[in-house]
Design a protein around this ligand. Structure first.
Ligand code: CUA
Length: 174
């Protein structure tokens, strides 16, 4: 007998407790599977948003244009951009910063475009704990309406290299 020619009786049907555990595992898998659509409609999980195809170079250009056109001040050397209420805001993730800093108004709705210029990053908005994957090649659009004023921190929660721990961004809501 070898791995290429196993004994003809190598497979044995599960029996006894083995059957019971396989059955329980299968039932649990089905429950977990049903929870996915259930929480999509019933839960308070993060929006799935919309996404469009974009090259990293195109998105970088849009984010830079947005930051220059809407710049109101600077924060730690990064431009602070204030998009028009109801308008588009851009947030570019790249090793290892979030660009630009955003200034938003409470109660106004924005179309927030998020993408990456290099590799995968994780957008984690603290302290409210909203989390999204940030992928190069995808313009991920979230329609957002800030409901609280204050200073919010964006933490990168996807390991992206040596500067990952320092990849911190800001959103100010007035
Ligand atoms: Cu970007 Cu970790």
């Amino acid at each position: 007998m070898s791995i290429h020619s196993p004994a003809p009786d190598w497979f044995q049907m599960p029996h006894g407790h083995e059957r019971l555990w396989i059955g329980l595992a299968l039932v649990w898998c089905l429950i977990m599977f049903a929870m996915m659509p259930f929480w999509h409609f019933k839960g308070k999980q993060n929006s799935t948003g919309e996404s469009y195809s974009v090259t990293p170079a195109e998105f970088t250009e849009r984010a830079e244009k947005f930051a220059q056109t809407n710049k109101v001040s600077e924060h730690n050397g990064i431009p602070v951009a204030e998009p028009p209420p109801g308008g588009d805001a851009y947030l570019l993730a790249r090793m290892w910063s979030w660009y630009p800093v955003l200034k938003l108004r409470k109660g106004e709705t924005y179309r927030l475009h998020i993408s990456s210029a290099d590799l995968q990053h994780g957008f984690s908005l603290q302290p409210i704990n909203m989390n999204f994957q940030v992928m190069p090649g995808y313009d991920h659009v979230l329609t957002i309406t800030p409901t609280h004023t204050g200073e919010f921190t964006i933490v990168c929660n996807e390991f992206c290299g040596i500067g990952h721990h320092a990849m911190i961004g800001k959103i100010f809501v007035e």
